[in-house]
Design a protein around this ligand. Structure first.
Ligand code: SME
Length: 154
């Protein structure tokens, strides 16, 4: 697939930021609607020793609060890096959410160099995420970082 990242980044940048939490929900909806392999898209925010689910698109998950230390979501924070797991069922650290998920991409959201949350994307496809996807979602994380920071510091 030719990545339509640039066009989507422009559209995401132009979305209104009037209500911070609505904006994050809009981002999740946008990403999943434009990218069919993004079956579930969520934004987790770091709160003390937990990751709190702030917004998502897709099925409801029981993992609305993840204790740091659990799952690939924690790993991305601990190691301060993107986790691109092509086959979640083969990764013992994976915290299962949906039966159909086969791949997961977790991209830290950084504000002033510090991880304050992450974008978490689940796909039903094995090997779903390319390095292009990583770069694309990293740009989205940069766009939403000030909003996430605002939500949790105001
Ligand atoms: N699979 C994640 C948990 C969150 S759900 O995917 C929504 C993990 O391993 O941390």
């Amino acid at each position: 697939m030719v990545h339509a990242g640039k066009e989507q980044i422009n559209e995401i940048s132009s979305l209104t930021r009037r209500h911070a939490s609505d904006f994050l929900k809009q981002i999740c909806d946008y990403l999943s609607e434009k990218n069919p392999k993004f079956n579930w898209t969520g934004v987790y925010v770091l709160q003390g020793d937990k990751l709190a689910l702030e917004a998502y698109h897709g099925e409801a998950t029981e993992h609305v609060s993840i204790k740091l230390g659990e799952g690939l979501c924690s790993l991305a924070i601990h190691e301060d890096r993107i986790i691109n797991e092509s086959d979640v069922k083969s990764n013992g650290k994976y915290l299962a959410c949906f039966v159909n998920t086969n791949a997961e991409l977790v991209v830290p959201i950084r504000f002033k160099g510090k991880a304050i949350g992450e974008i978490d994307i689940d796909s039903d496809l094995k090997n779903a995420f390319s390095t292009e996807d990583e770069k694309f979602v990293e740009q989205v994380a940069e766009i939403i970082a000030p909003v996430v920071n605002y939500l949790y510091t105001s």
